[in-house]
Design a binder for this molecule. Structure first.
Ligand code: NAD
Length: 294
């Protein structure tokens, strides 16, 4: 049994913490928003009054915050100081590679251990314990975290040293964002050429254009009954989150001087989508913007 402080009990954090509790670990949760604390309490999760109380005496501290600035601030404003020496900090929020490395340095300087372990799989994956974890950190810290990550996820990949879990996440989501636009553009082009949705799906899903964006997240209703298009683009993965992740991709593109023209364009397209109708809709709803603009 491991004593775990779980901070950030939002859409992802609460179900992840519940899975750790159900596996027999001692879990103490905390969130800065009282409603999130109340929801966690109602779900049977023990909660602390302050983050530093949850962290004190913990073997492992897991953070699942909205963005990097929250992680750095929380680390600096008391979490690292309150933790016992050598505590393993598992940072699972999606944040910039540079922020993950800065958080790692802060943790090490404070005498702790740290890995970045962002996830994919969404709220359903968090609830079902089937998340994918992309991990950056040392072999020893990865090995120490693995049993806990396996409780919350089903596919765990050690990507390399500090920050490289976030690097893998940002690269994956750049592919995803671009491919979802490509599939949406192809369906709108097909409509204009007189092609039925099902016919295009039947060809592409078995041909060289095949990808997750068509076989699982098909942006038109019908061919894949479970895709968000069949429920008026209720997420799924909200446009605001895709816009955030492509913002992180853009930061990485610019920081490394990578000639990623499609990544840059996808970032602009989702930023516009999220600022308009798309913030709370699944990112595959980008097809309606493309159709409206055509
Ligand atoms: P969320 O906004 O629902 O939850 C984040 C929680 O962190 C909030 O309840 C907030 O109050 C809390 N928080 C912020 N600062 C805190 C602090 N100092 N101490 C304690 N709590 C604090 O967000 P989410 O959807 O759960 O996503 C969390 C992270 O996971 C994000 O980085 C997101 O990009 C990533 N992610 C989300 C999904 C998804 O489908 N929702 C999928 C993959 C990755």
């Amino acid at each position: 049994m491991t004593r775990i402080a779980f901070l950030g009990l939002g859409h992802m954090g609460l179900p992840m913490a519940k899975n750790l509790l159900a596996a027999g670990h001692e879990v103490i949760g905390f969130d800065v928003v009282p409603a999130a604390v109340d929801a966690a309490s109602a779900a049977g999760l023990p909660v602390a009054q302050f983050g530093v109380d949850a962290v004190s005496g913990a073997d492992v501290v897991i953070t699942m915050f909205p963005a990097g600035k929250h992680v750095i601030a929380a680390y600096q404003d008391g979490l690292l100081a309150a933790a016992d020496p050598g505590t393993l900090f598992i940072e699972s929020s999606t944040i910039a590679v540079d922020e993950a490395r800065a958080a790692h340095e802060l943790a090490i300087e404070a005498g702790h251990r740290n890995i970045d372990a962002p996830v994919s799989g969404g709220v359903v994956g968090a609830e079902n314990g089937t998340l994918a974890f992309m991990v950056g950190g040392s072999d020893e810290d990865f090995a120490a975290a693995l049993p806990l990550l396996e409780t919350m996820g089903k596919r765990i990949v050690h990507c390399g040293g500090p920050g490289l879990g976030q690097a893998a996440k940002v690269c994956n989501n750049m592919i995803l964002g671009i491919s979802q636009i490509a599939v949406a553009e192809a369906f709108v082009l097909g409509e204009r050429l007189g092609l039925e949705h099902q016919a295009l799906f039947d060809v592409v899903s078995q041909a060289s254009g095949q990808c997750w964006s068509i076989t699982t997240n098909c942006p038109v209703p019908g061919p894949v009954p479970t895709s968000p298009a069949n429920r008026d683009y209720q997420p799924g993965f909200a446009g605001a989150l895709m816009a955030k992740d492509l913002g992180l991709a853009l930061q990485a593109i610019e920081g490394t001087g990578t000639d990623a023209q499609m990544g840059r364009l996808a970032q602009q397209i989702y930023a516009t989508f999220a600022a308009g109708s798309g913030a709370g809709r699944d990112f595959s709803g980008i097809i309606t913007d493309i159709r409206d603009a055509s």
